[in-house]
Design a binder for this molecule. Structure first.
Ligand code: HEC
Length: 147
């Protein structure tokens, strides 16, 4: 076998190891919180279809549970101070405010899921726009890239 492919492989391996030591931790942290946000997005979109009447079923309680569970994981995902993605530096510069908003969002979602379970989904959906504070946080802390 020619030596070249080995060299190339060794180089690729070394690059991977080096970049994972230096960069991958940060990249992972950004991707992790984006996965959580995208989960929130999908579940809210599903809930929105039910709210608009486009989909008639009784899954709203399950979607609220999924949102509440996901919201409860969101704050921790932002704890590593890793600017990047669409997160504005203010997430960490104004951590008290950011974490209060995220905690309130998680509490309200969990409250809505509880109301859905105890009193039915219509009751829970009545104030859903007060629960899904996505936009008010994004307006301050997310720099939405033009896709
Ligand atoms: C307390 C603040 C806060 C709340 C509440 C919040 N988000 Fe976010 N969201 C962010 C920040 C900050 C980012 C940027 C993250 C990044 O790119 O690093 C973000 C990013 C996103 C993204 C883009 C993810 C990507 O792949 O780039 C989506 C989609 C999203 N949020 C949806 C939602 C939805 C839906 C809700 C409500 C159900 C919600 N968010 C609630 C702060 C919040």
């Amino acid at each position: 076998m020619k030596p070249w492919p080995h060299f190339q492989f060794a180089l690729a391996l070394a690059t991977t190891i080096m970049s994972s030591a230096v960069y991958a931790g940060d990249k992972d942290a950004v991707e992790y919180r984006q996965h959580i946000m995208n989960t929130l997005n999908e579940q809210s979109a599903a809930l929105g279809q039910i709210l608009s009447g486009a989909i008639s079923n009784y899954n709203a309680t399950a979607h609220l549970n999924a949102i509440a569970l996901t919201a409860s994981t969101a704050l921790k995902a932002f704890e590593p101070k890793v600017p990047g993605g669409e997160a504005k530096p203010d997430v960490w510069a104004k951590w008290d405010d950011f974490s209060r908003r995220m905690t309130e969002f998680a509490q309200k979602s969990s409250q809505a899921a509880k109301i859905a379970k105890e009193k039915g989904q219509d009751e829970a959906l009545a104030n859903i726009l007060d629960v899904l504070t996505c936009k008010s946080c994004h307006d301050v802390y997310r720099d939405e890239k033009k896709h």
